[in-house]
Design a binder for this molecule. Structure first.
Ligand SMILES: Nc1nc2c(ncn2[C@@H]2O[C@H](COP(=O)(O)O[C@H]3[C@@H](O)[C@H](n4cnc5c(=O)[nH]c(N)nc54)O[C@@H]3COP(=O)(O)O)[C@@H](O)[C@H]2O)c(=O)[nH]1
Length: 538
């Protein structure tokens, strides 16, 4: 069942790893294409707006010049000024005087001409005539804008006459008070025009066109540019063609990495099973020292695995795999059996000596572990008080179950230590609510002693807290005299670490204990100490 689940999850992960990078790349191509096309349409809209603003500016400047001149309308002087304005402006076709909808005189020669029907009047009193019925030589339609009886005539398409690098671009100018296009070239959906509102600019897609609208800062006009969505799709494909191969490659690499890792993991699981069958596991025992007397008063049992190829596999590698594959229970059982073989006789005759056994969170999910320890104690003749179990903070996640197991262990006289304290998510509340006997101060805190690092303050807090809760303490990873002295002075009772001994054979620790009992030696090394014993080779 667990195998099927692992296989299914691995497959899902591999598929996700395969699909995700190309999908992300495709999204990136869409984003880049949208940005590029938006910039293009924004550029067109700005070009149109620039021409529109300039046309409006020249028309108003011309009309104001005529009004300010004070010359009688259609006088010789006024006509002269009209011609001068016309000649010096780049956007105006003509400028003239209007009476009753007729251009009675202007910079053009000839008879009075009608302006045609007025199209609309703006809020600031400018009349627009969008269809002036004057035919120009090249057939360009004209529009006129009239203010205070003077009108400027303009080629209607002039503001939209911009260069575009792509075909089928729709362009328009709208008067923002009206929400309809004043002049347009190409398709402009009426629904677009109301969307600008009070915004200075806006870019959106309606599914068929990419539309950009920009409002003028000088007049009540806005320019609109729209490109068919096909351009955006083509650009997306073009960018995707460059990026997707890299995405596919990344996807393939990620999927291969997932499968490789899974294979390694699965092969590690089967190697673990073989290791259990072929007795490839053994225990290294790290002495635990009473800091007051310097005597070796116990050991921590640390599991070792020499695999089929003769390589020592670190517990940091195989313990998590055993935990995730459900093999940890079998490993813990093996540890207990090996401790019984290595230390049973000694424990039976040394009631004051402790052996600490590490439990995984999974071991605490049932009270089966209590039965295993019962059998070991019964088989070896040891006392329950010879045994300490070490539980990491992760083991207390299911607090109720942990409490039940701890109660069952205590009922027999087996003591319990919280391991790696301070490295996980536990807090003071864990310590208060669980009935614990020892607190093991994690190596990372011990390392900081005397370094002046901010973390070094934490050790004193942990020690103070343990004293308040009347927990005995074991310091892990003590490597120098300064650390040992610091801990001793603060009332930490026990310590382990390379200062005293590396993990070694049980015999090594037993000899240290015997020697201490006979007062022939103290474990706490003098500066001339020759060094710890070697780890057992199995
Ligand atoms: N569930 C189980 N977990 C186990 C078991 N056996 C070991 N483990 C866990 O594996 C982790 C790594 O253990 P290991 O490589 O054995 O390292 C231990 C010591 O060798 C190391 N140590 C001890 N003293 C020093 C020192 O002075 N300096 C230094 N750098 N390292 C030192 O620390 C490890 C002991 O850790 P801890 O258990 O927290 O006391 C480790 O998490 C083991 O718990 C097992 O049977 N079951």
């Amino acid at each position: 069942m667990r195998r099927h689940l692992t296989f299914g999850l691995t497959l899902m992960l591999a598929v996700a790893a395969l699909v995700l990078p190309p999908w992300l790349v495709w999204r990136e191509a869409q984003r880049q294409a949208f940005d590029a096309e938006s910039a293009l349409t924004l550029g067109y809209a700005h070009d149109v707006l620039h021409r529109t603003d300039e046309t409006g500016r020249q028309a108003l400047a011309g009309i104001q010049a005529l009004l300010k001149s004070g010359l009688p309308p259609c006088s010789d002087g006024a006509r002269e000024l009209m011609r001068e304005i016309d000649l010096t402006s780049t956007y105006l076709q003509a400028i003239g005087y209007v009476r009753n909808g007729m251009l009675v005189c202007s910079s053009m020669t000839g008879a009075p001409v009608p302006l045609g029907p007025r199209s609309f009047r703006t809020g600031n009193g400018v009349d627009f005539y969008l269809d002036v019925p004057i035919r120009t030589t090249f057939g360009h339609p004209l529009l006129a804008l009239e203010l205070d009886s003077y009108a400027a005539l303009i080629h209607r398409d002039l503001p939209l006459d911009i260069w575009t690098s792509v075909p089928d671009v729709s362009l328009a100018i709208m008067h923002v008070e009206r929400d309809t296009a004043t002049i347009q070239h190409g398709y402009i959906a009426p629904a677009w025009l109301g969307r600008l509102g009070k915004q200075p600019s806006l870019t959106f897609s309606d599914g068929r066109y990419l539309v950009t609208m920009v409002r003028s800062q000088h007049f009540l006009t806005a320019a609109i540019a729209a490109t068919p969505i096909a351009h955006l799709a083509a650009r997306t494909r073009e960018i995707a063609a460059r990026l997707v191969p890299a995405g596919l490659f990344a996807g393939l690499a990620a999927a291969a990495a997932v499968l490789l890792l899974a294979r390694q993991q699965l092969s590690l699981v089967s190697s673990l099973r073989v290791g259990l069958r072929r007795n490839q596991f053994f225990i290294a025992y790290q002495p635990m020292i009473d800091l007051r007397s310097g005597h070796c008063v116990g050991v921590e049992a640390l599991l070792r695995w020499r695999d089929g190829a003769g390589e020592l596999v670190p517990p940091e590698i195989f313990i998590p795999v055993a935990e995730s594959s459900g093999l940890i229970g079998k490993l813990t059982e093996r540890v207990i059996d090996l401790v019984c073989e290595d230390a049973g006789l000694f424990l039976a005759s040394h009631p004051g000596f402790h052996v600490a056994i590490n439990l995984s969170p999974a071991d605490l999910r049932s009270t089966a572990i209590v039965g295993m320890l019962d059998r070991m104690i019964a088989r070896s003749g040891a006392l329950p008080s010879n045994v300490i179990v070490e539980i990491t903070e992760r083991g207390f996640v299911d607090k109720e179950k942990a409490r039940e197991v701890i109660a069952a262990l205590h009922a027999r006289g087996i003591e319990v230590a919280i391991d790696d304290f301070g490295t996980g998510y536990s807090s003071l509340s864990y310590l208060e609510s669980l009935d614990l006997d020892f607190l093991k101060i994690d190596r990372s805190f011990i390392e900081s002693i005397g370094t002046g690092a901010p973390i070094s303050q934490v050790v004193s807090h942990i020690i103070g807290m343990a004293h308040n809760l009347e927990l005995r303490m074991i310091a892990e990873g003590v490597e120098n005299h300064e650390q040992a002295a610091f801990l001793r002075v603060r009332g930490v009772g026990y310590a382990q670490g390379w200062l005293f001994s590396h993990p070694a054979s049980f015999e090594h620790a037993a000899n240290l204990h015997r020697a201490a009992l006979e007062s022939r030696a103290r474990c706490l090394p003098q500066p001339t100490h020759a060094g710890p014993g070697p780890e057992p080779q199995d």
